[in-house]
Design a protein around this ligand. Structure first.
Ligand code: PGA
Length: 251
């Protein structure tokens, strides 16, 4: 049985004040979430605030990116050990904004997966196709390639301690959600790709859906058999909306 997981990806949003009130709202409503694990990923500079505020709650937290390098002369980067220091449970890696705005490659992302696990944290690997790739019938090829980069570098065993997020790029921040059927199809495909190496691990890995998930569409997405929760962007910035989404994730 896979536990549902809903993670808020705050992206480059928030201030000390707005994050304080967002956290208060989430903490207050968390008892109304029956079965999902709930996590939040703030910008790096707010990790201290978030870890201090959530320390004695069931809510978990993580980062939105990390460097695969050991500490040293890498101006502007953040090392895995620093995130572990702030008790991050998760690190989002390979988000489409990292891939497409900042040019991160499959190979670099695979190294981040390995480095994150080495530091004792759980990587959330984002995969997903561009609109033109979907229209050219290349969706499976693209997502298969993104998974394969990690499999090739480190093997199927590493998916025991990893999460996958399927996020079609055309659905992110656009208000255009994949239909539950479209999402389910790709989640099943991802599981199938992993099952070629190990059926048991493929059955156990949590696969989240991301891309314009809202309070109004979460339940139908999460009802799909291979969708184990969500990675939530815009809707995670409002406590009430985010909690409605979390409530929709039931085992
Ligand atoms: P969105 O973002 O919910 O705002 O579409 C999701 C994501 O990028 O993880």
């Amino acid at each position: 049985m896979r536990q549902p997981l809903v993670v808020g990806n705050w992206k480059m949003n928030g201030s000390i004040a707005s994050i304080q009130s967002l956290l208060e709202g989430i903490k207050q409503a968390i008892p109304t979430v029956p079965s999902a694990e709930v996590g939040v990923c703030p910008p790096f500079v707010y990790l201290f605030q978030v870890s201090s505020s959530l320390g004695n709650t069931s809510i978990t937290w993580g980062a939105q990116n990390v460097s695969h390098e050991a500490p040293g002369a890498f101006t502007g980067e953040i090392a895995t050990g620093m995130l572990a220091d702030f008790r991050c449970k998760y690190v989002i890696i390979g988000h489409s904004e990292r891939r497409h705005i900042y040019g991160e490659t499959d190979d670099l992302i695979a190294k981040k997966w390995v480095a994150t696990q080495k530091a004792g944290m759980i990587p959330i690997l984002c995969v997903g196709e561009l609109l033109e790739e979907r229209e050219a019938n290349q969706t499976e090829q693209v997502v298969g390639r993104q998974l394969e980069a990690v499999l090739k570098l480190t093997g199927i065993g590493s998916f025991n301690k990893g999460v996958i997020a399927y996020e079609p790029v055309w659905a992110i921040g656009t208000g255009k959600t994949a239909s539950p059927q479209q999402a389910q199809e790709m989640h099943a495909f991802i599981r199938q790709q992993l099952a070629r190496y190990d059926a048991d691990i493929a059955q156990k890995v949590q696969i989240l859906y991301g891309g314009s998930v809202k309070g109004s569409n979460a339940a139908e997405l999460f009802a799909m058999p291979d969708i184990d929760g969500g990675l939530i962007g815009g809707a995670a910035l409002k406590a009430e909306e985010f909690i409605t989404i979390c409530q929709a994730a039931k085992s």
